[in-house]
Ligand binder design. Structure first.
Ligand code: SF4
Length: 157
């Protein structure tokens, strides 16, 4: 059975920086959960950050990840990304559904590093590492494409 890595905050887990979740209500996702195809993961918590925590953004020029009060959390972000990759390799996962715009999980946009709510094109730390290793990353914005991909994989003999 094909498994998929999913951002834990989509699955009702209160792991976001603000101590909340970002539940993604989708029938197919629910079906995959019931089928035990979903591997839930939060790279920031896995990297050692607490809940709640200060919001962090990727600093565009240096590529460091820094909180709004100036603490460099690059090490924790990178550790979380490595753990995500390891988990995918352990479960033979080739597809991930990750939360858009997060500095870990974003797949087409991220915040611009100025903490002024501005987004730019880019990808989060975990997404970048997974993609470098051949794992396809989708977000809630293109979940319909992901569902089609999963259906075609499951239909293969
Ligand atoms: S790091 Fe990813 S999984 Fe964790 S709270 Fe942020 S978006 Fe959700």
């Amino acid at each position: 059975m094909t498994k998929i890595l999913v951002s834990a905050c989509f699955l009702g887990e209160k792991v976001r920086y603000d101590g909340k979740c970002q539940s993604l209500l989708n029938e197919t996702l629910l079906h995959w959960q019931q089928n035990k195809q979903v591997v839930s993961f939060c790279p920031e918590v896995a990297g050692g950050l607490s809940v709640p925590r200060q919001p962090a953004e990727i600093q565009n020029k240096s590529q460091r990840i820094v909180t709004c009060d100036g603490v460099d959390v690059s090490e924790q972000f990178n550790k979380g990304a490595q753990r995500a990759l390891k988990l995918c390799q352990q479960h033979n996962i080739g597809i991930a559904l990750l939360k858009e715009s997060s500095p870990s999980c974003g797949s087409t946009t991220i915040y611009d590093g100025t903490f002024t709510d501005k987004k730019i094109n880019g990808e989060g730390v975990t997404t970048a590492l997974l993609r470098k290793n051949g794992i396809r990353v989708f977000s809630e914005k293109n979940i319909s494409v992901l569902i089609q991909e999963m259906m075609s994989i499951n239909e293969k003999p």
